[in-house]
Every structure is written in C-alpha cells, then in structure tokens.
Ligand binder design. Structure first.
Ligand code: FES
Length: 91
C-alpha cells in the first residue's frame, strides 16, 4: 500500500537510534504495526523511522503527529501502544 497519499492523516515515529533499539524499540515498532493493522488504521496512520532525538536514556522514544501537532512518548512499552494510537486520533 502506498502511504504517501492524502489518506494519511497521522504519523507515528519510532526512534531507530542505538539507545532506543537496545531498549526494545524494534519490539515496540512491531507492536505498532500489528495494532494499526488490527484496528484498520494502517491506511490513516503512517509509521516513520527517525534518528536519535537525544532522549536516549528514556527510550524507546515514540513520536506522534498530526500536521504541526506533535507529542513525544518516552519509555514506551508494548502495553502503551493501544493508548498512544488512540491518542493520535485526538491530536
Ligand atoms: S537513541 Fe532514541 S533518542 Fe537517542
């Protein structure tokens, strides 16, 4: 599916830096992908990979955005993902 189209309203970014990766960033990213698919948000919310945001000791770091409105989540675990995704819609 091409996610670079007008249907994409929101984005969720997972830090791919070493600190976040070593603290479970890849597991968090996989859970985000599953949650978006399960909730059928995968055509509305695009996942982006970002580089280190200098919050390495608080990883995994996840950022959400709707246009200019952004929110950063620190120390994200799998259990946090459903709430983060629901909060994207409220941005
Ligand atoms: S490695 Fe994720 S904020 Fe630095």
């Amino acid at each position: 599916m091409n996610k670079d189209n007008d249907n994409v309203l929101f984005s969720i970014s997972v830090c791919g830096g070493d600190g976040c990766t070593s603290s479970g960033g890849e597991i968090v990213r996989a859970r985000i992908e599953k949650e978006l698919t399960d909730k059928k948000y995968d055509d509305k919310i695009v996942i982006k990979d970002v580089k280190c945001r200098s919050l390495c000791f608080s990883g995994p770091v996840v950022m959400t955005a709707k246009g200019p409105r952004k929110k950063i989540y620190k120390d994200v675990g799998e259990k946090d993902i459903p709430g983060i995704i629901e909060n994207i819609i409220k941005l």
